[in-house]
Design a protein around this ligand. Structure first.
Ligand code: NDP
Length: 286
């Protein structure tokens, strides 16, 4: 079965919009986010414009900060400090990567916990590993979990293999799977006998960044396969999975494009809603 990221993302965005509309009606307030981008290039501008449009569609106020590549780290830290102290800013979204002269970890860690809607700062990742419900999960791992949930795939007792150990995908998704009672193996480029491990997976999550890296003989019959990879071959976008040869062997598979990438954006906005409700002490609908 093809796991349809577009359909799920549409459902999630509709749910977010309905909740924002309810809160606006009931409390006369709405969420506000800061979108920060350092360095202008056409691809980044397309990306940020799509975020601004989605904010408009969902009823979120967007404050946009564009900077040239050569700004100082201090200027960015000062802006983050101002936004941290602003009572109406519910989330701070810092577009990555940053220019090389900036310390990304330091800057991310300066974002106030409650406004870290990307879920990248150390404190949020720490809460995730403690399985504390106050954490905000990074949106791609959150998207993977939401996809599994909406397709009613229970992780309890399942052998889950994650290929890739980045701080934004591999490690946090492994923690989320553990929290959901899966048994996790996290692989990296030094892993011995990778095929042996991936073939054992009831659920295989690939976040490697190599086109069609996972071949049919690396996948167990009937497995659930989540493809996080976004790789460009000429003008075509492909995932990490050799989709054509794997799709008939497995029970569920995510396409690229139209899979996890689409859900990632929806989950980011779900994080904004979560931060907004927490910051403004808004209760769930009774
Ligand atoms: P990174 O480059 O940070 O991490 C890639 C990981 O893959 C590393 O841990 C690396 O191991 C591992 N790896 C590389 N080669 C092998 C190998 N031969 N065997 C086993 N493991 C290997 O990438 P990201 O996590 O940032 O992204 C991964 C992919 O997901 C990319 O294609 C990216 O574009 C995509 N992506 C998609 C998103 C979405 O919204 N769908 C969001 C974020 C990323 P090691 O640590 O040893 O180097």
């Amino acid at each position: 079965m093809l796991m349809d990221g577009k359909k799920i993302a549409k459902e999630i965005k509709e749910e977010i919009k309905a909740e924002i509309d309810r809160i606006r009606e009931q409390y006369k307030i709405f969420p506000e986010v800061a979108l920060i981008m350092v360095g202008k290039d056409p691809a980044s501008e397309v990306y940020i414009n799509s975020q601004i449009n989605l904010c408009k569609t969902l009823g979120i106020e967007a404050r946009v900060f564009f900077f040239e590549n050569n700004i100082t780290e201090q200027l960015l830290l000062d802006l983050i400090e101002d936004l941290n102290n602003s009572p109406t800013t519910d989330g701070i979204m810092l577009n990555l990567p940053l220019p090389k002269h900036m310390n990304v970890t330091k800057i991310l860690n300066n974002i106030k916990l409650e406004k870290d809607v990307d879920g990248f700062k150390a404190e949020n990742l720490g809460l995730l590993f403690q399985n504390d419900s106050n954490f905000i999960a990074p949106s791609t791992p959150a998207g993977i979990m939401e996809m599994l949930k909406r397709y009613k795939i229970d992780l309890t007792g399942k052998d889950v293999v994650v290929v890739g150990r980045s701080n934004i995908v591999g490690k946090p998704v492994a923690a989320l799977v553990l929290n959901a009672h899966g048994t996790v193996t996290i692989c990296n480029s030094y892993t011995k006998n990778l095929q042996e491990k991936t073939r054992n997976a009831d659920i295989l999550i690939s976040a490697v960044g190599k086109p069609e890296f996972i071949k049919a003989d690396m996948v167990k019959e009937g497995a659930v396969v989540i493809d996080v990879g976004i790789n460009k071959i000429g003008n075509k976008i492909v995932g990490d999975i050799d989709f054509e040869n794997v799709k008939d062997k497995v029970s569920h598979i995510t396409p690229v494009p139209g899979g996890i990438g689409t859900l990632t954006v929806a989950m980011l906005f779900s994080n904004i809603l979560k931060a907004f409700k927490k910051n403004r002490s808004i209760l769930e609908e009774e």
